[in-house]
Design a protein around this ligand. Structure first.
Ligand code: NAD
Length: 488
């Protein structure tokens, strides 16, 4: 068994390169055991104000620094993080619950954003446009928006922070990061690493605390010019409303209801393998995970069989143990929420094909928030489980006959984040992918997201993009000077 690492950080606020205790504390628990692992002295609105003030003070020097220097610091963050992969991954598993191998993957994924934006920093080109008067010209420059307020969720507590911080810092913004209250430790653990990599005082401030205490003060703070949230659609609406009075720029990465489409000629072994891996990944608590699996009626029986075998063999347990496929959910209420959706579906005619309760006999897991990987057939569009984000290791199978009608059903949701198409005829796969109202589609691929490509939602899944060259746009503004040509 891997052990909980020694702490190399404090559990309070990181403001201006100092640890600052807030007035009240909250506990952070390991979801695999239910036991508290840390007491965090988070921020109140007055400490948050202090953090924003420090970020504003740091802004002129950071945004004036050469993009190559900013990029160099970001690449240093990436290399330090990769050097300490094991330490960070173990901490991530302790507070989030995901299996150690998935935590390692998250650390690598986070580092890839620091590396990518470290490289992109030098490519924030402006341009000089011609003027109708031949003696004049127009300078079009890109500048940092200002102080960025960053709010992140608990499912990828390191990677979601990394995506935002790396892009904001590359652009020349300074940041105030409010991590999710369930998983603030990995954010705080980054503070000494940022400092060691050369991030100056005030450029990354970290203020743990509850969303309903700190969210509004951050969104309405007059010195915060851009807000970037990854979270639920409900929280996105609250942030947008709060930011409205200050006419702030807002970027929202919100919930999804991804269709996973199995075309009649799909390789069912590959589908079963990738579908189960996807749904066990972070135990299905992933915004882009398959939420509705549309299967052609001709392949349904075989696919159910292949998926059921894999569900039954999955190893569910404490993510610090070797060889675990799926860890716990984040807390007991999450298990209850998933179970409500499953029970309602069963009452309305869904059938349980497989349910892996192997962990129930293990004494060491009794305090944890585990939910059994479950395969459901006979799910219909009207059921709550097909209309809401499940956020658990449940695979609902929805039958279809006609491809055109299935695409209409796949798009009949207020969300539009990700979609998946599996099939052998790539021209049909492409035609289906093009018709999906989502931000990103994987064809015969379950994890299409990467640092070097843009990702963002449409409809109620939000707006703004993370990754790719586009990831910088939310943190940049355009500044134009129309002037005589130098030398005239
Ligand atoms: P959440 O919305 O409850 O919380 C997200 C963050 O917002 C937390 O830091 C929380 O403290 C904060 N928050 C809560 N209320 C707030 C308010 N009124 N004002 C400002 N901030 C507030 O979401 P969660 O439960 O932590 O995460 C799960 C949700 O996030 C799911 O819906 C999931 O789909 C979504 N998500 C989306 C993406 C994406 O890239 N689109 C990625 C991961 C998660």
């Amino acid at each position: 068994m891997k052990t909980i690492p020694e702490r190399w950080f404090e559990t309070s606020n990181w403001i201006d390169h100092q640890w600052v205790r807030g007035p009240e504390s909250f506990d952070v628990s390991n979801p695999a055991t239910g036991s508290p692992i840390a007491q965090v002295w988070g921020a109140d609105p007055s400490l948050l104000d202090h953090a924003v003030h420090g970020a504003l003070q740091a802004l002129p020097a950071w945004s004036a620094c050469s993009p190559m220097d900013r990029g160099g610091i970001l690449k240093h963050v990436a290399s330090l993080l990769l050097d300490r992969k094991d330490q960070y991954a173990r901490l991530l598993t302790c507070e989030q619950g995901k299996p150690y191998a998935q935590s390692v993957a998250e650390v690598e994924y986070a580092a890839s954003f620091f590396q990518w934006f470290g490289e992109e920093a030098r490519r924030m080109y402006g341009r000089i446009a011609p003027h109708p008067d031949a003696n004049r010209e127009v300078w079009i420059e890109r500048r940092a928006v200002g102080v960025a307020g960053l709010i992140t969720p608990w499912n990828f507590p390191l990677a979601q922070g990394a995506k935002k911080i790396a892009a904001a810092l590359a652009a020349g913004c300074t940041t105030v990061w409010k991590p999710a209250e369930r998983t603030p430790l990995i954010a705080l653990a980054m503070a000494p690493l940022f400092k060691e990599a050369g991030v100056p005082q005030g450029v990354v401030q970290i203020v743990p605390g509850a969303g309903n205490v700190l969210g509004k003060p951050l969104a309405i703070h007059p010195d915060v010019r851009v807000l970037s949230l990854t979270g639920s659609t409900r929280t996105g609406a609250a942030v947008l409303a709060n930011a409205a009075s200050g006419i702030k720029r807002v970027a929202l990465e919100l919930g999804g209801n991804a269709p996973f489409i199995v075309l009649p000629d799909a390789d069912l072994e590959m589908v079963a393998e990738q579908l189960v891996r996807m749904k066990l990944f972070v135990s299905g608590q992933v915004c882009v995970t398959a939420n509705r699996v549309f299967v052609h009626r001709s392949s349904e029986a075989k696919l159910l069989d292949l998926v059921a075998q894999r569900i039954e063999h999955a190893r569910v347990g404490n993510g610090l143990d070797e060889g675990i496929d799926a860890g716990p959910l984040i807390h007991d209420e999450a298990c209850q929420g998933v179970d409500r959706l499953v029970q309602q579906a069963i009452e309305q005619g869904a059938e349980v094909i497989a349910r892996n309760i192997s962990y129930e006999t293990q004494d060491s897991l009794q305090g944890g928030s585990f939910y059994p990987p479950t395969l459901l057939s006979n799910v219909t569009d009207a059921m709550s489980i097909a209309r809401n984000e499940i956020f658990g290791p449940v695979i609902p199978i929805l039958r279809y006959t006609e491809i055109a009608d299935m695409i209409r059903r796949a798009n009949k949701t207020p969300y539009g984040l990700a979609g998946y198409v599996y099939g052998s005829d790539l021209s049909v796969c492409h035609a289906v992918a093009r018709r999906l109202e989502v931000g990103i589609v994987g064809i015969n691929e379950w994890r299409p997201l990467r640092a070097d490509i843009p990702f963002g939602g449409v409809k109620q899944s939000g707006f703004g993009l993370e990754g790719g060259e586009e990831g910088l746009h939310d943190f940049l503004t355009t500044h134009v000077i129309s002037a005589p040509k130098p030398g005239f």
